[in-house]
Each structure stands twice: as structure tokens, then as C-alpha cells.
Design a protein around this ligand. Structure first.
Ligand SMILES: [Zn+2]
Length: 130
């Protein structure tokens, strides 16, 4: 998909976050406080990235997960922008920027995937579909 198509399909916020590695303001996104059962997919390519089973309330104002759907769902990139050494998390399928990974999450992984709501789309779990 080319840049023009993406710009047309995504909101300005979604475009800025996923294509320009932007960060939404905390407590403003769609999913930071969501507890709905389901799976979180990439807003750009619809690949499954996270499950609500691994979502936890981090208090940061961004949707946070302690594990990704699988090792292959996301790619981790060392990010040295802003003078800090951070780990950027991107969609393994389409390279959309998702957020950052921090090593201060809860058990069992002790990882905190700090994501942007703008990068995600929640597929609510159907009661009959398990
Ligand atoms: Zn993607």
C-alpha cells in the first residue's frame, strides 16, 4: 500500500503514529482503559498483535500488554532518538510503529509493551467463537 492510500485510509493521528513514529497523548487514546475481551490488530495491515488476555492496567494512559501475540507478530528495534536508549516495537508484517517496550512489566514476562491506541484495532471476541 502506498503512502497516499494510507493517508486517505487512516486518521491523521493514526498516520502520524504508525508512519512517523509518533506518540499519542496519554489518556486520550481509544484503548488505554479498555477491558473488552478480544484481540488487538495492526490498524494498517490487520495482523494480530496482542490479545486482551495479556493487557494490564499500567497507569500510564496507554494500552499496555505484558506479552505479544507471538515472537513473530512484532519486531523490536533499538531506538536511540531523544537521547534515550529505548526499544521500539513495530508490526512485523508492515513495519507500522506501535510503541515501545519496557522491562518493568508484571509477571510472568516482566515486560511492558507500551502501545498507542492509534496503532491498534480491537476485534471483540464473539461469545460463540473461542
Ligand atoms: Zn501491520
Amino acid at each position: 500500500m502506498n503512502d497516499q492510500d494510507l493517508k486517505a485510509r487512516l486518521t491523521a493521528e493514526q498516520y502520524k503514529v504508525t508512519q512517523k513514529a509518533g506518540t499519542e497523548r496519554p489518556f486520550t487514546g481509544k484503548y488505554w482503559d479498555t477491558k473488552t475481551d478480544g484481540s488487538y490488530h495492526c490498524i494498517v495491515c490487520d495482523a494480530k498483535l496482542f490479545d486482551s488476555d495479556t493487557k494490564f492496567d499500567s497507569g500510564t494512559g496507554w494500552p499496555s500488554f505484558f506479552d505479544a501475540e507471538s515472537d513473530k507478530a512484532v519486531d523490536l528495534i533499538k531506538d536511540r532518538s531523544l537521547g534515550m536508549a529505548r526499544t521500539e516495537v513495530v508490526c512485523a508484517n508492515c513495519d507500522a510503529h506501535l510503541g515501545h517496550l519496557f522491562e518493568d512489566g508484571p509477571a510472568p514476562t516482566n515486560m511492558r509493551y507500551c502501545m498507542n491506541s492509534a496503532s491498534l484495532h480491537l476485534h471483540e471476541r464473539d461469545e460463540t467463537d473461542s
